[in-house]
Design a protein around this ligand. Structure first.
Ligand SMILES: *[C@@H]1O[C@H](CO)[C@@H](O)[C@H](O)[C@H]1NC(C)=O
Ligand SMILES: *[C@@H]1O[C@H](CO)[C@@H](O)[C@H](O)[C@H]1NC(C)=O
Ligand SMILES: *[C@@H]1O[C@H](CO)[C@@H](O)[C@H](O)[C@H]1NC(C)=O
Length: 339
C-alpha cells in the first residue's frame, strides 16, 4: 500500500521535512499514543472531523513540543494517507459506505527527548463500520457527467429491491455550503427519480462535492448511497464538427478541425482521429491517430475511400479523468467509389 504525506499546513510540512523520527522509549520518557480518538460526523456526507486527546502521561510535560501523526485510509483514492500536525483535530473526506480506519501516533521533541523527535511505538486506532441495510444500497452506479463544462448531470440505477412506491432524494454538500442542499431538478423515468440536473446551479470546481441518495421505505432499510467527486474530473467535451480535408503540399493531405464551442480551454483537449479505409466489397480497416493538435497531415492511398472522424477528452494535465466526447460526423475523401 502506498503512503503519501500531506501537510496539514506549511509549518508541519517543514517540521516533517527536517525531523527524523526515532522510536525510542528506553533511558528516558516513554511516548504513548493518544488516549482516545473520536470521529465527529457533522452530516456532510463523509467530510468527517477526527479529534484525539493527548496521552495521559505526556499531559504533565507541557513545555515540550508535541506532534501527532494521523494516518487514515482514503477509500476514494484506495490508499493510506498521512499528515503530521500539532493540532488535536483534523478533517478529511471519507467514504461512508466503507470502513473508516484512522490511526494516530504521538511524537515528542525538545529537551524532553534530547532534541530529537521520538514517536510512540504504537498508535491508537479507531475502525468504524458503515451503516447496515439488509437490502443493500439504495442506488448503484452513481455517476456524474459535466457535458462540455456547461451542464452537470448525475445519474444512478435504483436498487430493484427498493419499493417502487417510495421516493428517492438526493442531497449534496461542498465546503462553500453551510448546510446540505437538495437536488435542484430531478430527472424522472416512469415517475421514478433516476438522476439530478444541476443546470443553472453551478458547482465549484477543484473541490470535493459530496452526494447522498437516501429515502425510506416500510419494507426494509436500505443503505444510503454516498459519492464524492470533483466536477472537472467528469467532463465530457461536446461533439466537434466534421473535420476538414484539404490537399496539401507534396501529395499530402491536411485534416483539420476546431474545438467545440464552450468553456473548455483548447490546450486541455487531447484528440483521437479515426482513419477508416473502405476497400473493395466494404472491406474496412481503421486506425486511431492520437494528437494534441487540431490538424494532422497525412498521405492517403487513393485506391480506397478514406474517411475520418474525431473525438476529444480532457488531457491529464487539466483533469484526473475525463470522458470521451461523441465522435464527430465522418469526413470522407472523394476517392474510390466504394459505396
Ligand atoms: C544528547 O545528544 C547529544 C548530542 O547528540 C549527545 O552527545 C548526548 O549523549 C545525548 N544525551 C543523551 C542522554 O542521550
Ligand atoms: C497497539 O495498539 C493497537 C490498537 O490500539 C492494539 O490492538 C495493539 O495490541 C497494540 N500493540 C502493542 C504492541 O501494544
Ligand atoms: C436524507 O438526507 C437529508 C440530508 O442529510 C436529510 O435531511 C433527510 O432527512 C434524509 N432523508 C431520509 C428519508 O433519510
Amino acid at each position: 500500500m502506498m503512503m503519501t504525506f500531506k501537510p496539514a499546513n506549511r509549518a508541519s510540512l517543514l517540521v516533517f521535512l527536517v525531523i527524523c523520527t526515532k522510536q525510542w522509549h528506553s533511558n528516558g520518557i516513554q511516548v504513548d499514543p493518544p488516549k482516545e480518538i473520536k470521529i465527529i460526523d457533522p452530516g456532510h456526507f463523509g467530510y468527517l472531523e477526527i479529534t484525539w486527546t493527548p496521552p495521559a502521561r505526556l499531559n504533565n510535560i507541557q513545555e515540550c513540543p508535541k506532534l501527532y501523526q494521523l494516518e487514515y485510509f482514503n477509500a476514494y483514492a484506495q490508499r493510506w494517507e498521512g499528515i503530521q500536525t500539532p493540532q488535536r483535530t483534523y478533517s478529511a473526506q471519507f467514504d461512508l459506505m466503507k470502513d473508516i480506519h484512522v490511526r494516530v501516533y504521538t511524537l515528542l521533541g525538545g529537551h524532553c527527548t534530547n532534541n530529537t523527535w521520538v514517536k510512540s511505538l504504537n498508535y491508537t486506532e479507531v475502525v468504524q463500520k458503515p451503516g447496515t441495510g439488509h437490502l443493500g444500497n439504495i442506488v448503484e452506479n452513481f455517476t456524474c457527467v459535466f457535458e462540455n463544462m456547461e451542464h452537470l448531470t448525475c445519474k444512478w440505477h435504483k436498487n430493484p429491491k427498493y419499493p417502487t412506491n417510495s421516493h428517492l432524494y438526493m442531497y449534496y454538500w461542498h465546503k462553500e455550503l453551510e448546510n446540505t442542499e437538495e437536488c435542484p431538478e430531478y430527472l424522472l423515468e416512469n415517475g421514478i427519480r433516476i438522476g439530478c440536473s444541476f443546470t443553472g446551479k453551478p458547482l465549484p470546481d477543484f473541490t470535493d462535492i459530496n452526494f447522498c441518495v437516501n429515502g425510506s421505505s416500510a419494507e426494509g432499510s436500505l443503505r444510503h448511497t454516498y459519492a464524492s467527486l470533483q466536477i472537472q474530473d467528469c467532463v465530457k467535451p461536446g461533439r466537434a464538427n466534421k473535420p476538414d480535408l484539404k490537399k496539401g503540399p507534396q501529395a499530402k493531405f491536411k485534416l483539420s478541425w476546431r474545438k467545440p464551442v464552450g468553456n473548455i480551454p483548447g490546450h486541455c483537449l487531447e484528440w483521437e482521429v479515426q482513419h477508416i479505409k473502405y476497400g473493395l466489397r466494404w472491406k474496412k480497416e481503421s486506425t486511431i491517430i492520437p494528437t494534441m493538435e487540431t490538424e494532422i497531415s497525412l498521405a492517403l492511398n487513393k485506391k480506397v475511400q478514406n474517411c475520418f472522424r474525431i473525438r476529444s477528452k480532457l488531457h491529464r494535465y487539466c483533469a484526473k479523468r475525463s470522458i470521451w466526447s461523441e465522435w464527430s460526423l465522418k469526413k470522407c475523401d472523394s476517392g474510390a467509389p466504394v459505396f
